[in-house]
Design a protein around this ligand. Structure first.
Ligand SMILES: CCN(CC)CCN(C[C@]12C[C@](c3ccc(C(F)(F)F)cc3)(C1)C2)C(=O)Cn1c(SCc2ccc(F)cc2)nc(=O)c2c1C=CC2
Length: 396
């Protein structure tokens, strides 16, 4: 939330050569369907307006639940402070045809949902990626929904659309419930949803007709032959980082992965038996990580030159989601939404390292290799490996 001096806090625009559009896609009228926000290179358009950052008020209710606030308090606070925030992508703007773009699948964190990593997704789209930010239905999102077809009798007049939104809210851990077990089950579902989203986007690129149960005037046929099917990667934050690891181990078409401040708890032990062959970049914040988590990352990296870890100095866990840009003052400090490093600087380091890593492992023909040094942890505010000391304590 911004007080008067910070009213200019906005989610940063993409810095690449392309304008960015975004549109929502939901298939099937069931929880098993796909739900994603697509960010894509768009034709320059002045007439289209920016997309709403948090599109439904139920997301505020879900965030209140997740943050253990009373819904009537949280819902109004969020509506008042961020209800009018837009993300710097043109809603349903015309897709820019003409080249095949690499594809990025993005997986959100615990208590998050598909729209709140727009700074990362918009930057990637502006640099020439098609980005599908999936919304998980594993009850780890603050809120999500699917469209249930209303029975004929209920939909009174023709005018009211015969679709109603069936909301699924964040599932808290029950007392006595073992967290690792729940999160391991959820990460499997999350990986399946990333693979389903991949198949859906490939189906659209192949020219097949898909039904979008969310009626928007976006022309999905314009995406025919738009995806470079040999250049596909998966990216995610925290729980979404664990989803990256699980997705790589299950789907070889994901050529590489990027895990932002990964939460390793949900990852099963089988992963450490060389189940991840693809290149993998871990980009950590300075403050979130702890020894056990770093140990698991190191076990996964173990002497594989294509698996790397870097840490952004002065950053925090919330340096990756968008709240770090739209918040300020006491709230930002109370919830640790910003680190010592300027939020824009932190996200630039993360995005530039990501682009250099993607160029290398997707053999892109771009100039992202100018940021190669960041992937080796060389540059301002970045270090190789982790700042967490895990050397086993010397015997007293
Ligand atoms: C409350 C008790 N506890 C429930 C388990 C939540 C504890 N918590 C720290 C929080 C998230 C916090 C947050 C956000 C956003 C505002 C806002 F006001 F700006 F909206 C405020 C306060 C509260 C910082 C996290 O869960 C951190 N975390 C996250 S945060 C992802 C997220 C969620 C909602 C957002 F709006 C933005 C980002 N994603 C993960 O995958 C994992 C973890 C931890 C392990 C795995």
């Amino acid at each position: 939330w911004t007080n008067s001096t910070e009213r200019f806090y906005r989610i940063p625009e993409g810095k690449g050569p392309h304008s960015v559009g975004c549109t929502d896609l939901m298939t099937e009228n069931a929880v098993e369907g796909s739900f994603l926000r697509l960010y894509y290179p768009a034709r320059d358009a002045t007439d289209t307006e920016e997309a709403r950052w948090i599109p439904d008020r139920e997301y505020y209710q879900g965030l209140s639940d997740f943050l253990n606030m009373y819904r009537i308090v949280g819902e109004r606070l969020f509506h008042y402070y961020v209800g009018s925030v837009t993300c710097p992508a043109k809603s349903n703007a015309a897709f820019k045809p003409g080249e095949k773009y690499p594809l990025l699948i993005f997986s959100h964190g615990l208590g998050a949902f598909r729209t709140i990593y727009s700074a990362i997704c918009i930057e990637m789209a502006s640099q020439g990626f098609i980005v599908a930010a999936v919304e998980h239905r594993d009850e780890s999102a603050s809120a999500t929904y699917y469209c249930k077809r209303r029975s004929v009798s209920e939909s009174q007049e023709e005018s009211t659309s015969n679709m109603e939104k069936e909301w699924i809210y964040y599932r808290k851990l029950k007392t006595g419930e073992e967290e690792r077990c729940l999160r391991h089950k959820q990460v499997q579902q999350r990986a399946q949803e990333c693979i389903k989203a991949l198949n859906l986007i490939l189906k659209i690129s192949s020219g097949e007709e898909v039904t979008n149960v969310l009626h928007s005037d976006f022309d999905w046929n314009s995406l025919k032959d738009s995806v470079d099917t040999s250049r596909i990667a998966v990216m995610g934050h925290s729980f979404g980082g664990a989803t990256v690891i699980e997705s790589l181990s299950k789907e070889i078409r994901f050529r590489c992965g990027i895990a932002l401040d990964v939460w390793m708890l949900p990852v099963g032990d089988d992963i450490y038996q060389n189940s991840v062959q693809q290149p993998l970049l871990f980009i950590n914040s300075e403050k979130f990580q702890w020894a056990d988590n770093i140990l698991k990352i190191k076990k996964l990296i173990s002497n594989d030159a294509n698996k790397k870890m870097i840490t952004i100095k002065g950053s925090v866990h919330q340096s990756f989601p968008d709240f770090t840009f739209v918040s300020g003052g006491i709230i930002a400090r109370f919830f640790k939404l910003k680190g010592e490093i300027d939020p824009n600087e932190a996200i630039d380091i993360s995005n530039h390292a990501s682009l250099a890593f993607l160029q290398k492992h997707l053999s892109l023909k771009k100039d992202f290799d100018k940021w190669d040094s960041l992937v080796d942890g060389i540059g301002p505010n970045v270090i190789p490996g982790s700042n967490i000391d895990i050397s086993p304590a010397e015997p007293e």
